[in-house]
Ligand binder design. Structure first.
Ligand code: MAN
Length: 535
């Protein structure tokens, strides 16, 4: 039975001094005080007390296995290997003397005949090297971080100064917009009045044209009705137009015709004016049974020159029967001198009615004076719109700057440099893109549209290291699932790079992101080394 056959070798800090501490095999230093050679042993769970010589006697007495730390007697015991030169470890005590080397210091195989090599020093050396590399990276990363902090500080000052400038220019622009608004409104009033005048003149002119056309039509109809060309329209002549039958009962009687003629048997051209008003809606031209009498110039007048008697010409002087040329003359007379008009501006079409094109043609162009007012008002409008646009841009700039200035870029703004940047990682299938503080996306490598994996949500690390994790939320909805979201884990490194992406659960993504901004000042290398075991 081997009880104190094992001496634990302790390496104190610096490895300059070694201390041998006796304790039962398999007991860690931290529990040494519970195993006192001269006293009975109380199981660590307090369940019973046994004489000390039953510790490590290869028979399990304690339910928690604490009386057999150095043998495989208890199924639930733990064997402690000191592993001097590397890191201490616990192995299940069932592995003690099982022929397999578990502890790098070989202490678990003290009685099995297994030929174990002590590899602790080698392992310790490798670990130390790796640790040194990590510390080197952390050191360099931390230097970079300090630089980033400096730059962020400067950047913040610059942005605040810029914000001040932009706020000033906003004030100037606001004043400018107001001035230009007044200029515009001042220019628009006379413009409006001039346009209204022009429109009114055009409406009046159209009314005259319509009236003239009506008169011409009346004259033409008179001639058409006056079959015997005696200068009168008689009851019989009117009766020949059955469509004029007032009650449309199929018989246009003499007295009905007389009624339309105003109670007389016949009317001359003057009296016909009253009759015309009664019949013009119903009258169907004899030459064009399915249509009204067309306007003069296209009327049957020319086709039936005989009907245009001297008599008629006397009754209807030229002025009253305007022909094409007359029309033009009239236009010129009606203060619509060709000279005065420019080509109609585009806006003129807005004011046209369909009638304009159908009957009287398009509205004439504006006169020079009106056009000048329109041009002036348009210039004022353009200038006002331009100033307003500039103001909107400046307001946008202010919003963006304020947003950036108030963003939480870490305790010392060390993450500020990531703003407005994007980092990509291409995997077998997708190109992943991380734009910190903005969004994460996924785009199929071989074509297809981009999918949002979330927009900036919050810092989401554990309470003591909140800036170690970023959360992006509310991405594109997952079919029959949640909206996509991404967790970005930051680790210290010299570069800023996305090193991996994964999708641990459907539509929930994980990104590993390296940045110097997360580096901490490395703790002293030796004090953190696992070679050291507390006494
Ligand atoms: C796409 C990708 C995947 C995701 C599925 C869910 O294929 O966004 O990452 O798992 O949609 O349907």
């Amino acid at each position: 039975m081997v009880k104190f056959s094992h001496f634990v070798l302790l390496l104190l800090f610096g490895g300059a001094m070694t201390v041998e501490v006796q304790r039962p095999r398999g007991v860690p230093l931290s529990k040494r005080q519970f195993y006192e050679e001269d006293k009975p042993f109380t199981c660590l769970d307090g369940s019973r007390t046994i004489p000390f010589d039953r510790v490590n006697d290869d028979y399990c007495d304690c339910p928690d296995g604490s009386d057999e730390p150095g043998t495989a007697a208890c199924p639930n015991g733990n064997f402690h290997c000191t592993n001097a030169g590397f890191r201490p470890a616990f192995i299940p005590s069932s592995r003690v003397n099982d022929g397999i080397c578990d502890c790098c210091d070989t202490t678990d195989e003290y009685n099995s005949g297994a030929h174990c090599q002590n590899t602790c020093r080698e392992l310790g050396r490798k670990e130390k090297e790796e640790l040194q590399k990590i510390v080197e990276i952390a050191k360099e990363g931390f230097m970079l971080k300090k630089q980033l902090i400096q730059e962020a500080k400067q950047g913040l000052e610059d942005k605040k100064a810029k914000l001040g400038d932009v706020q000033d220019s906003k004030k100037d622009l606001e004043a400018k917009v107001e001035t230009l608004r007044t200029v515009k409104e001042t220019a628009e009033q006379p413009e409006k009045e001039a346009k209204e005048r022009h429109l009114k003149a055009w409406e009046d002119q159209k009314a005259v044209i319509r009236m003239e056309k009506d008169k011409a039509r009346m004259a033409a109809v008179f001639l058409e009705l006056d079959d015997d060309a005696d200068g009168f329209v008689s009851v019989a002549e009117l009766q020949s137009h059955s469509e004029l039958d007032p009650d449309s009962d199929g018989s246009f009687t003499e007295s009905e015709a007389q009624g339309l003629l105003g109670g007389v048997d016949k009317v001359d051209t003057v009296a016909f004016e009253t009759v015309w008003n009664n019949i013009k809606e119903k009258y169907v031209s004899e030459n064009q049974p399915n249509a009204d009498v067309p306007p003069p110039g296209e009327t049957p007048q020319e086709e039936t020159p005989d009907t245009v008697s001297n008599n008629d010409s006397e009754n209807y002087p030229d002025e009253d029967i305007p022909e094409e040329e007359d029309d033009e003359d009239e236009e010129e007379d009606d203060e619509m001198d060709e000279e005065d008009y420019k080509a109609p501006p585009a806006m003129q079409t807005d004011e046209k009615t369909k009638d304009d094109d159908d009957e009287e043609g398009p509205m004439p162009p504006y006169d020079q004076e009106t056009q000048a007012l329109i041009d002036g008002a348009q210039k004022a409008r353009d200038e006002f719109n331009e100033a307003e646009k500039a103001l909107r841009e400046v307001e946008d700039q202010i919003r963006n700057l304020e947003k950036e200035i108030s963003f939480d870029f870490g305790p010392s703004s060390e993450f500020a440099y990531l703003y407005s940047q994007c980092y990509e990682l291409t995997t077998g299938e997708y190109v992943y893109r991380l734009c910190p503080f903005n969004r994460v996306s996924q785009k199929p490598k071989f074509g297809g549209s981009e999918t949002s994996l979330g927009t900036w949500g919050k810092w989401a690390g554990p309470e003591d290291n909140i800036y170690s994790v970023m959360k992006y939320e509310h991405g594109t909805g997952c079919w029959q699932g949640p909206n996509r979201s991404t967790t970005v884990k930051l680790t210290c490194g010299k570069e800023t790079v996305v090193t991996s992406t994964s999708e641990p659960s459907r539509c929930e993504y994980l990104m590993e992101f390296i940045s110097p901004a997360i580096c901490q000042e490395p703790a002293s290398f030796d004090s953190g080394h696992p070679d050291h075991e507390e006494l």
